[in-house]
Design a protein around this ligand. Structure first.
Ligand SMILES: Cc1cc2nc3c(=O)[nH]c(=O)nc-3n(C[C@H](O)[C@H](O)[C@H](O)COP(=O)(O)OP(=O)(O)OC[C@H]3O[C@@H](n4cnc5c(N)ncnc54)[C@H](O)[C@@H]3O)c2cc1C
Length: 518
């Protein structure tokens, strides 16, 4: 398990962050880069909450224009090229086909929305929208309905769980103390600071941490965390909306995504996913239960299959599904009557009953796409409450600093893949590409001086060797087969149940031998 380099006094920190999703890790990165001492606790694995269950788009959110969320859409659109540049290994541009559906939104309205989409977000590198004739274009041929007109526009795709881990890793390398499987179970305000109790979810050992400020970045659990502070308070700061996805073997061959507007006003994406699959989502319904227990329902599975079948020539059925995931979006409760109408924008709320006591700042809402800007706004609040750090005092810095492994130009992606293949000629081109798409220039950190597959240690399946597994344990906080197969990589899509069990068994004996979980 990685060990933090910079701790002031054993358990005293400037900032304690609850939650290792994209927002918690993004704030940890920004704050530690500005010289603050940071302790982050994540009750489960990094990105085990909503941040690995998203549609995996870095996008402006075309439909939010209809809700007049111009501030949010502009910020999100601007972030597309910034994030692509700082993480060109895990973020890449995508073209989206939006067919014009007679009887739904008129073509002029779609064109107007896309005109704004192209122009309000400082787009430079991403190609502009164009109108396409779906009756002759290859993207129309795979569709079962006779669409004639459509639009093709740009957004980006991201490996969401890796974006979280790379933010955590960068925060760690800048001095943050990152703790997974560590739940915040108690918080008390004492003499101007916070006394927080965290519990290791594997060993059940408890530890006390002192902090000058707490950031509640626990996403859909934000109200639960607030109840830890005052169990008598039952405020509903957020409302939850469940969204689910299905993964099926590729239903078309080209590389573009589709965005369909359904007659019930929902929007469905179909996205090429990990070479051989299509990702289809998402549903959208209010959720009242425990965010830890979200899973796709039978009716959502049927809805997504039926929606896909309505549009594509290639028909799918529930038996074809190779994977599903479901998550809950937490939206700030702005009093809207329906969740669909609640703001998609994030709200940062300072809780401090009087200036003598330690403050807490809550994150309500947010998108993967806007995490970096959210962290910058959070730093403004923090700097207004704590004095600026003496260490670096450097202000905004994350816009141009690449994330681990992303220190190459976006146009050099193919060259970086070829270089890795040339340096390790025993790897297939496909394997070199898989490594670059996950680890970028850091791939060599575990390939080191390997000259053959034997040098990579034990082989599990589908290109996974011991060297990569140990790297994930020692550098990226991986502890279980699920962490490795579903969040650090997506090899879970290819592993059989038996292969997953073999990996789990290997990990158990590895941790027993090395005592790394203690
Ligand atoms: C279906 C769906 C699709 C989406 N698609 C997109 C998209 O394509 N693009 C986009 O930009 N956004 C998308 N979003 C939104 C985006 O996924 C979320 O806004 C974002 O992931 C929220 O991150 P977070 O860090 O706030 O929360 P989370 O990722 O949920 O992280 C919160 C963490 O806090 C931890 N935690 C909870 N309680 C405690 C405790 N007591 N102690 C310690 N840790 C605790 C949890 O374990 C969890 O890991 C989508 C959301 C959904 C639901």
């Amino acid at each position: 398990m990685p060990q933090a380099k910079k701790v002031l006094h054993s358990n005293d920190y400037d900032i304690l962050i609850i939650g290792g999703g994209i927002n918690g890790c993004g704030i940890a990165r920004d704050a530690s880069g500005r010289g603050y001492s940071v302790y982050l606790c994540e009750a489960n694995d990094l990105a085990s909450g909503t941040s690995s269950q998203s549609t995996k788009l870095i996008h402006g959110g075309l439909r939010y224009l209809e809700h007049y969320e111009f501030r949010l859409v502009r910020e999100a659109l601007t972030e597309r090229e910034i994030l692509w540049k700082i993480a060109p290994h895990i973020i890449y541009p995508m073209r989206f086909i939006l067919p014009h559906h007679k009887g739904l939104r008129p073509a002029w309205l779609l064109r107007l929305g896309l005109f704004m989409y192209d122009h309000i977000g400082g787009r430079k590198k991403l190609p502009a929208t164009k109108t396409i004739d779906l009756s002759s274009n290859e993207t129309g041929r795979v569709l079962s309905q006779n669409f004639s007109k459509g639009f093709e526009y740009s957004d980006c795709a991201v490996d969401d769980a890796r974006l979280v881990t790379l933010n955590a890793l960068d925060a760690f390398e800048r001095g943050a103390n990152i703790n997974t499987q560590t739940k915040c179970i108690d918080m008390q305000r004492t003499e101007g600071h916070w006394a927080v109790t965290v519990e290791d979810q594997i060993t059940q050992k408890q530890k006390n941490i002192n902090a000058r400020i707490i950031i509640n970045a626990s996403g859909p659990w934000a109200d639960n965390v607030l109840k830890t502070l005052d169990p008598t308070k039952h405020t509903k700061n957020i409302r939850l909306v469940q969204g689910s996805h299905i993964i099926v073997p590729k239903i078309y061959q080209h590389d573009r995504c589709y965005i369909f507007q359904n007659a019930d006003d929902r929007i469905i994406f179909a996205i090429p996913y990990h070479d051989n699959f299509t990702l289809i989502g998402t549903t959208d319904h209010e959720y009242d239960g425990d965010p830890s227990e979200t899973k796709i329902t039978q009716s959502e599975i049927e809805y997504l299959c039926n929606s896909a079948n309505e549009y594509f020539n290639e028909k799918i059925k529930p038996d074809d599904i190779v994977g599903t995931f479901a998550g809950v979006r937490s939206l700030y409760n702005d009093g809207a009557s329906k969740a669909q109408e609640a703001t998609r924008d994030y709200v940062l709320r300072v809780d401090r009953p009087n200036p003598k006591v330690a403050p807490m700042i809550n994150v309500f809402g947010g998108k993967i796409t806007t995490y970096r800007r959210l962290a910058e706004s959070m730093m403004e609040r923090i700097e207004g409450l704590l004095e600026k750090s003496n260490d670096t005092n450097k202000g905004k810095w994350t816009k141009s600093a690449s994330l681990p492994g992303g220190d190459f130009a976006i146009d050099d992606f193919d060259t970086i893949c070829s270089n890795l293949h040339n340096n390790y000629p025993f790897l297939s081109k496909q394997e070199s590409r898989r490594y670059i798409k996950l680890y970028g220039t850091r791939s060599k950190n575990f390939l080191t001086v390997a000259k053959s597959y034997e040098d990579l240690g034990e082989f599990f399946s589908n290109g996974l060797y011991q060297a990569e597994v140990e790297y994930l344990i020692n550098t990226e906080w991986a502890k279980t087969a699920e962490d490795i197969l579903w969040r650090r990589t997506k090899l879970g899509l290819l592993f059989t149940t038996k292969e997953q069990q073999i990996l789990e068994k290997w990990l158990n004996s590895y941790f027993k031998k090395t005592n790394k979980l203690e």
